[in-house]
Design a protein around this ligand. Structure first.
Ligand code: XMP
Length: 506
């Protein structure tokens, strides 16, 4: 399979470059800047990403260009372009007019392979404090903006280009044309990375790898584990056993309905009711990270116990996806919340690991899932955190609080579906606040719980804006929850975006 290598210098946009290229049906991989996979026969081109560093910083990340320059088509983006310019004899300087945001690109050569088809005066997204102020003679200036003369260049006689703008960012009007020109026109990609080709090659690889071995997989009801299970089922059929654990923190009647869906899809699934185990373990636990750990450990214990009842299992399958495995550089890396729900499972179980989706982004997982015929009700589900309602019940989790939250959540989510709003938001959920408020019902004073509704728009959960749901809808949901859910007398709507808030409250 042809592939483009993206060398990551730590830019926040590196994953976006990969996603855009995959959208062009070309396979690509992100590698740390200093780990170019020399000798891989499938490479057809190389991209150098942006970086939080300036090329003039003492600690700026350095790469030996001779590994790929002149051997493959090469595109430097932002830092990548400045790095090329500096290494090849140009000058990069911090400039007074830092360019952040939109700029208009004027390009100079109609025949340039990279800029072909890009509109003149096309809007491009800039994000840099440095600029290439001079280039060697053998650089051809291809495009400029009002403030940046060398916004795009080609190294003459070579298939090497640099652009100081970010073609991968949506705001770059013709960014996709620039990337397609590079990937298809210059690198010669056949664009054969499609859901169909992925399914076909993965199924045959899985068959070859697993043979007659038995495999166990943890289903969560979410998109990733479901798609992984269906792919494995296609490859090895009944040798796959899936385990779906009810941790007591799922949505209203979710355990039953998801199990039903799975059996209709022909999967071999064992449903385990472990609610009491989790409630007992969560007793008295209030700190969010501690809760996550308790829930993660509970899952490992239950799963391990159930899997041991099966005989001859050799493999553990997981629905790990690409963003979890990219060896990206954590230059400013700081854990805000740990998302490792079941970290430690493979080690504990002493099984070999098979991860059929480890090369896919989330949107690709969905495309593959649709192609596999998985119902939209499963594929189109909003993301749901591994610790489930456990991180939406602020403070201690009790079965009674779970009941309140499940019912409130049910009216909210069903309302979104009924009003055609579910697919318009990226994620929605309810939160049970750890306070009570005074209300009045009939002639009685009440002192009951408060439910917060949350809905956000996002592309990947890294940033999010709160969704502007219609007031009439919110009014209807609020009165339904207050009237129907025993123990709730107030509903509020969360109008915070991420950053500075996060999507979940814990
Ligand atoms: P935050 O709250 O960090 O959430 O803005 C971003 C996305 O991640 C989900 N999330 C989790 N997913 N385990 C998960 O599998 C977790 O512990 C966890 N915490 C947050 C959240 O629902 C949102 O989609």
């Amino acid at each position: 399979m042809q592939k483009i290598i993206i060398l990551d210098f730590g830019s926040q946009y590196t994953q976006l470059i990969a996603r855009r290229i995959r959208e062009l049906n070309t396979y690509c991989e992100i590698k740390p800047y200093n780990k170019f996979p020399a000798g891989d026969p499938d490479i057809i081109g190389v991209i150098l990403s942006g970086s939080p560093y300036s090329v003039n910083d003492k600690e700026a990340l350095q790469v030996d260009l001779s590994q790929f320059r002149g051997k493959y088509p090469l595109l430097g983006i932002c830092y990548g372009a400045q790095y090329l310019a500096k290494q090849l004899g140009g000058e990069v300087k911090s400039v007074a007019t830092r360019e952040y945001g939109k700029a208009q690109l004027v390009w100079h050569d109609d025949a340039d392979l990279l800029m072909h088809g890009v509109h003149d005066d096309s809007t491009v997204w800039m994000s840099h404090g440095d600029s290439i102020v001079s280039t060697p003679d053998f650089f051809k200036n291809v495009g400029s903006t009002a403030d940046v003369k060398n916004a795009a260049f080609q190294v003459e006689g070579e298939q090497t280009w640099g652009v100081q703008f970010h073609p991968e960012v949506y705001h770059s009007q013709d960014g996709k044309i620039v990337l397609a020109n590079f990937v298809n026109g210059i690198c010669g990609s056949k664009s054969d990375w499609t859901p169909d080709s992925f399914i076909e090659s993965t199924v045959s690889c899985l068959r070859a790898k697993l043979g007659d071995d038995k495999v166990v997989l943890a289903l969560s009801g979410g998109v990733d584990s479901t798609v992984a299970a269906v792919l494995l089922n296609k490859a090895i059929g009944k040798n796959l056993t899936c385990i779906f654990v009810d941790n007591g923190l799922l949505r209203y009647k979710e355990f039953e309905s998801v199990l039903e869906n799975y059996s209709q899809m022909g999967l071999n699934v064992i449903g385990v009711d472990a609610k009491d185990h989790f409630y007992a373990a969560l007793k008295g636990v209030t700190e969010p990270e501690k809760k996550r750990k308790v829930i993660g450990k509970g899952f490992i214990d239950i799963f391990d116990r159930e899997a041991k009842k099966l005989t001859d299992v050799k493999w553990l399958a997981q629905g790990t996806i690409y963003p979890d495995v990219i060896e990206s550089l954590s230059i400013t890396g700081m854990v805000i919340k740990s998302h490792h729900n079941v970290g430690g499972l493979p080690e504990k179980m002493n099984l070999k690991l098979v991860e059929p989706l480890r090369l896919l982004f989330k949107d690709e997982v969905r495309r593959v899932g649709r192609q596999l015929g998985i119902p939209q009700s499963l594929i189109g589900r909003h993301p749901f955190p591994g610790p489930g309602l456990g991180v939406r019940i602020l403070g201690e989790v009790t079965p009674e609080k779970v009941r309140i939250l499940q019912e409130a959540d049910h009216y909210y989510i069903q309302g979104l579906i009924d009003h055609g709003l579910y697919d318009q938001v990226w994620q929605a959920g309810t939160i049970l606040l750890p306070i009570r408020s005074v209300g009045v019902m009939g002639d009685e004073r009440t002192y009951e719980n408060v439910i917060a509704l949350r809905a956000v728009n996002s592309t990947d959960g890294m940033t999010a804006t709160w969704s502007h749901l219609p007031h009439e809808f919110l009014a209807e949901v609020s009165s339904r929850i207050i009237n129907k859910v025993r123990g709730v007398n107030r509903v509020v709507y969360d109008i915070s975006s991420k950053p500075p808030s996060t999507i979940e409250w814990e």
